[in-house]
Ligand binder design. Sequence first.
Ligand SMILES: Cc1ncc(COP(=O)(O)O)c(C=O)c1O
Length: 399
Amino acid sequence: MNTPPVASESVLLHNPLFDPAKRWPAPDPAVWAFHRRMPAYLATTLFDCPGLAQRYGVGRVLVKAETQRLGLPSFKILGASWATYRALCDHLGFDPEPWLNINDLARRISYLKPFGLAAATDGNHGRAVAFMARLLGFHCHIFVPAGTVPARIHAIQNEGADVTVVDGDYDAAVARSAEEASNRCLVISDTSWPGYDVTPRRVVEGYTTIFMEIDQALRAAGVGEPDAVIVPVGVGAFMSATVGYYRSRPWKGALIGVEPADANCVQVSARAGEMTPVPGPHRSIMVGLNCGLPSPVAWPKVSTGVDWMIAIGDERARQGMRELAEAGVVAGETGAAALGALAALHDDAAAEEFRASGLLGPDKTLLVLVTEGATDRGNYQAIVGRPPEEVGTILSLAR
Ligand SMILES: Cc1ncc(COP(=O)(O)O)c(C=O)c1O
């Protein structure tokens, strides 16, 4: 594969807070059992990418493509759906089992109506909550920060939700959404605040389905566990699910988190030894990762369970998109960050210490988490040089 040279702007940290003795409870199998009853549930594809393995000098590069998940173009629906279900159980005061599928569940709890869900979002989470509300026959109110691109707003409205643009940033949208809580409306936030952390924890729990599917696919293919897993990090909720899963057992592999260069709040916090804000503006094209403070719910797992943290520039994300396209995977800017990180780990002077760890050897299997499909057709074509339809299957692309 012929890759053009790219700017070396990455910053690497071998996490000083990593604790190899730390173990977390085994994942709850009820999460996957729940997702399997969602409409059109299918495990997402785990791609084996020999071209990428050759390019990076490793035995295997596996790409888990969360580019189409339960009818939406990102992994976020896994967290939103499970958190909504658990919040509903709490609201009802009982678990409405046994139900066969979401339609059946919706029928069983239809007496709650009129009933609604609310959330704040800068994109994927809000759309996922709106999607869940539609399945359950509830109304939905989503709050977005000022400046949210119209395509993202329309995608949420297309799920039937009311969208309010809050005059302020993401935190202002979160604060506004919290005001919606009532006995007729559940707030499904993936961000915690004092007194509200149960639902954000369940959002994290919901992501474990991804790792259960990966294990199942590896077992079926007779392939061993990965030696390293590369995960995009915004506030760290997804990474905390990764830590919770892999660090619940005596796995010897390494977890690697990737952030944008100017929104590397997890890396800066790990270096400082405590949660530390990285003030904006955060202007990366990896918009889902433009976060200035780790999630307090995620921090205990992320701080102790991640081995390496790398902050990369946008050109690495673009490179990741192009290389994934060659492997037939349509990934957007945020979605491709983990492959961009692999390029930086392989090529950048700043990653010398990582290369010395031996994780890029010919006997190693690397697992790359691609968390989002193409979100903007124009940008995709400008970066990859081909429209997404020519590269692979796409879903719900904003026009
Ligand atoms: C596509 C995508 N990938 C990764 C992330 C990072 O997840 P987290 O904020 O839980 O670290 C996000 C967050 O919004 C996202 O939208």
